[in-house]
Ligand binder design. Sequence first.
Ligand code: KG4
Ligand code: ZN
Length: 347
Amino acid sequence: MKILAIESSCDETAAAVVEDGKVVLSNSVFSQIAIHQKTGGVVPEVAAREHLKKIIPVIDNALKEAKTTLKQIDALAVTQGPGLISSLIIGTTTASALSYFLDKPLIPVNHISGHLYSAFLEQEEISYPLMVLTVSGGHNEIVKISDHFKFSLLGETLDDAAGEAFDKVARMLGLSYPGGPVISKKAISGDKNAFNFPIALRQKNNLNFSFSGLKTAVLYEIKNFVSENNIKSKSELPDEFISNISASFQETVVDTLLYKLKNALNQNPDCKEIHIVGGVSANQRLREKAKQQFPNLKIRFPAKMSYCTDNAAMIAAAAYYKYLANPQRIKTLNQNNVLPSSSLNLS
Ligand code: KG4
Ligand code: ZN
């Protein structure tokens, strides 16, 4: 089954063609990062205008790369939400129009469900039940998947997601957007024990995350350093200080994520695999420490870095497993008019 999927929930305009939820025939992404770097974050109005410019070229690109015509597509899929409403509208309207004119089913997909299936792409023999840690800029969850599209949400962030904390700390240090890659680069030469930041919500039965306290703790360290050293602007912060803050902050985020994951696995010993997905799963320290901490469990990360950050291939994969969970349902989805949704309901 060939699915053409569209993703436009935040600042990537993306389209992909994926066969049977696994074989990626194309994965086309137009990233708006360069545009949002000027403002240090995503301005929704600007993002929507860029989606509008790129959505047709990106779909065209995905079809060409997959050597597939619209007629050869079995179904369409689109990210319905959550995300920036003005960005989502571009994707859902385009997908609805295509579905109507082609008379092909359109499968709406929750963005987080997309991330949940991103480590299924290009991989063999995945066995349920499995535990997934999603770590992105906009979301942070622990989800158990017991069968196709059967999710139990075990924990989520009560405030910021880990990626958002990376982005905000980078901003405090005068580093560029997005913060994750640049902080992890600076952390390589830093001392992870230079600052002692605590893990929030340490109770064993609490699988929720909170990163706002960590962000504030970092802010106070920066403020103290600035006043003690009579620093006038962020550009005067010495490299050694930036590296040490970056390493200590990154280590606390990684330890927090893995501490929660370990507790979730202790409570669910039937899980056969761990998947770590979302933009922050690109983080090398997280990958390295996860492998050390769970030597006896199969750990999967998305097969390519481009499947970690927002992309449409993962939306196609999720749509396929949504279809497998209830094949009858797809027959009722013809000419579907999918509206954007802010619902957090994964299914
Ligand atoms: O999944 P994603 O593309 O978008 C959302 O759905 O939010 O994730 C983007 C997030 C950003 O916050 C970015 O700073 C973070 O992923 N990120 C990283 C790394 N690469 C991207 N965080 C830590 N380490 C990285 N190497
Ligand atoms: Zn995402």
